[in-house]
Design a protein around this ligand. Structure first.
Ligand SMILES: [Zn+2]
Length: 137
């Protein structure tokens, strides 16, 4: 059976409807774009729906990977917290914030509040953060 879901990424104001088939194995299942419901200003000129989906997905994954790299690389910035359902998650210590936006060149600008200079130095040494498409404030 084909399922359709609406995705509103937190990296832009696009709204994309994608579909997937539950008859396909979960491990190899492919999500494909079915409709651009709303295009944000940054992605309004993208040619095809597939390109649109790929670009928005790549930006969202890049942002998620950078956040994951912070959790993996900076034990001093991370704590474990038990959720209501009993599972535990990693999150930033209170007082630290992972803010992000995009500049006019569509570079990902990370606004890391509450991080020490030593922590920033560790992050800047990571290949993910040395990418010319990433700016660390
Ligand atoms: Zn967009």
């Amino acid at each position: 059976m084909i399922h359709r879901n609406l995705w509103r990424p937190d990296t832009c104001d696009c709204a994309l409807e994608y579909e997937w088939d539950d008859a396909q194995d979960e491990a190899t299942r492919r999500h494909s774009i079915s409709r651009i419901v709303q295009a944000c200003l940054a992605h309004a000129t993208v040619m095809t729906a597939e390109q649109h989906y790929d670009i928005v997905l790549a930006e969202n994954r890049q942002k998620n990977r950078l956040y994951g790299a912070i959790l993996d690389s900076l034990p001093s910035a991370v704590r474990w917290r038990e959720q209501d359902d009993g599972t535990t998650i990693r999150e930033l210590q209170p007082g630290k914030e992972f803010g992000f936006s995009y500049d006019a060149q569509r570079r990902l600008v990370l606004d890391l509040k509450g991080f020490t200079e030593a922590e920033r130095t560790v992050l800047r040494s990571l290949p993910l953060f040395s990418n010319p498409g990433v700016v660390v404030l």
